[in-house]
Design a protein around this ligand. Structure first.
Ligand code: ADP
Ligand code: XUL
Length: 526
């Protein structure tokens, strides 16, 4: 049992913001005592990001700034120090980060990370430790050629998927590393360590190179799920001398180190434990309370994702989905869509609406939209793969604002059902998180399309909450007082979730419409 008053901090460095959730242990249970969020675009304007991404003329390229993430981390600790929290009782920290993004450090980092001056801001001290000033992120789709080369070199896409959980995907770290090594050989040669966003930020906290966990490591096309070691054929196929540049691997529940002197001195914090960080989807799995196969979660964040726990890796024969490690030590199945919140925003903005107006449009239109369909590929799509973006409409007039609003949401929810079937999970409850989960009308469409009840927690950011729960779990395990995942999840005191019930007649309409949507999608892909 965690000592009364002990605090656990969960951080989430997502595409658009850095967030924190603090849990306090009381009487063998735990409750949320603080939630904070710093949106990058508004809080750190000088980086010039839009939705957390640096502007680029090539629509296939998506990059962000590792220095911005670090500055946000510094600022978030400053904000936390201003809260009424007994931070001297901070026992452990864990983190979540957008998956796949990579950060390239030079050989000054091994020592430099441990020698940060607490009297000075973090960001300028990190700049000289980077061998690449930018970080490619999960929205990048520029590595099609590298994907095919890696697949061919290891003996085919199926073999790569059997080992790593996924065929090669443009945003995965391996193809991204290959492109960098090819195009910027000198900078690659100067790279001593390649981190994921998760292990990079954990490294900042512990003052040394932190390990990668299986959850985030499986988003690289480099990790063998059977052994949880780097898979040599993939490593060799990706870039020269890559093995020496990859971080160590460690279980998600391990302690990576202790909060370094920089944080202790600068923010008067104790030498808290820092658990290994993971990806935002594995962390959301825990934040939503999902640890048994058969449960299903949906995240409506910048990306839309649908995921669920898996006991043993079962890869998607169709090549659309992924198997990642889960924080429990087991696995998770997941399908990812790049046209999530930003596609909804594009429709909202095109018709000059607010979110309220967007919701009213959903209220004002019938389920099934009178047969009107849309394929909302505003940016290159991950599922199904669409390299050249474009919006397609069928029986849908572009001038009809309300019908277009319904069409984008129905298309997205239909795609979630259609492309998650490979996981073989049929559910009557869906656990939902992400910014758009604030929108009840969108959730009604989700419930109706799946024919399942949708549950929404009161903590908006399941990834940060999941990270905080992981910090608690890792701390107890480290103290040889291990808690089951059931106890971790059910020990959280929180108001009962909002429930959105599916409407039977609406579900029937969507079931009847599935085939038409599938044909429309197939035709567009041809
Ligand atoms: P991420 O974690 O990927 O950075 P979030 O989960 O915080 O992103 O989601 C941010 C998105 O949430 C915004 O881009 C916005 O489109 C969406 N969002 C916020 N409020 C609403 C709303 N009321 N209705 C629909 N979408 C919303
Ligand atoms: C997962 C993926 C996205 C990012 C978003 O494979 O690409 O969900 O993790 O942060």
């Amino acid at each position: 049992m965690a000592p009364d008053g002990a605090l656990y901090l969960g951080l989430d460095s997502s595409t658009q913001s850095l967030s924190a959730v603090v849990l306090e242990a009381v009487g063998g249970r735990h409750r949320v005592v603080c939630e904070l969020s710093l949106p990058f675009d508004e809080t750190l304007r000088h980086y010039g990001t839009r939705h957390g991404v640096l502007p680029n003329a090539d629509p296939a390229v998506a990059q962000s700034s590792p220095v911005m993430w670090v500055e946000a981390l510094d600022l978030l600790f400053a904000r936390l120090a201003e809260q009424r929290l007994a931070l001297n009782r901070l026992a452990a920290i864990a983190g979540s980060a957008q998956q796949h993004g990579s950060v390239y450090l030079n050989d000054a980092a091994a020592i430099g990370l441990g020698a940060l001056h607490p009297g000075r801001a973090l960001a300028p001290q990190v700049v000289p430790l980077l061998s690449r000033p930018i970080a490619p992120i999960w929205m990048d789709s520029s590595t099609g050629a590298e994907c095919r080369e890696i697949e061919a070199a290891v003996g085919g896409a199926d073999l790569l998927a059997q080992h790593t959980g996924s065929r090669a995907f443009e945003r995965f770290t391996g193809p991204q590393i290959r492109r960098f090594a090819r195009r910027e050989p000198a900078a690659y040669a100067a790279t001593d360590r390649i981190h994921l966003v998760s292990s990079f930020l954990a490294s900042m906290l512990i003052g040394g190179h932190a390990p990668v966990d299986p959850g985030d490591g499986s988003g690289m096309n480099l990790l063998d799920l059977a052994t949880l070691e780097w898979w040599t054929p993939a490593v060799d196929a990706t870039a020269p001398d890559l093995r020496a540049r990859l971080p160590a691997l460690a279980p998600s529940a391990a302690i990576a180190g202790r909060l370094s002197p920089y944080w202790q001195t600068r923010y008067r914090l104790p030498k808290a434990k820092v658990a290994v960080w993971s990806g935002d989807n594995p962390c959301s799995l825990i934040g939503l309370g999902l640890f048994r196969e058969g449960q299903l979660g949906v995240s409506l964040g910048t990306s839309d994702t649908v995921f669920g726990p898996m006991r043993t890796p079962r890869v998607d024969a169709g090549g659309k989905g992924h198997v990642f490690g889960a924080p429990t030590g087991e696995f998770m199945g997941i399908t990812v869509f790049s046209n999530g919140s930003l596609a909804r925003e594009r429709v909202r903005d095109h018709y000059g609406l607010t979110w309220e107006g967007f919701s009213r449009a959903l209220d004002a239109t019938p389920p099934g939209n009178g047969g009107a369909l849309m394929l909302p590929w505003f940016v290159p799509e991950i599922t199904p793969v669409v390299a050249v973006p474009g919006i397609r409409r069928q029986q849908l007039d572009e001038g009809d604002a309300v019908a277009n609003v319904r069409a984008v949401v129905e298309a997205q929810m239909t795609a979630l059902v259609r492309h998650s079937r490979w996981m073989g999970v049929t559910v009557d409850v869906i656990h939902v998180t992400g910014g758009a989960a604030a929108n009840r009308q969108i959730l009604q469409v989700l419930a109706d399309v799946f024919g399942a009840q949708v549950r929404r927690l009161h903590v908006g950011n399941a990834a940060a909450l999941g990270a905080a729960l992981r910090a608690l779990h890792a701390d107890r395990l480290d103290e040889r007082d291990s808690l089951t995942w059931d106890a971790v999840v059910t020990g959280l005191e929180q108001p009962s979730p909002d429930r959105i019930e599916p409407i039977r007649q609406h579900h029937d309409v969507y079931v009847a419409q599935r085939e038409r949507y599938a044909e429309f999608e197939q035709r567009a892909l041809r």
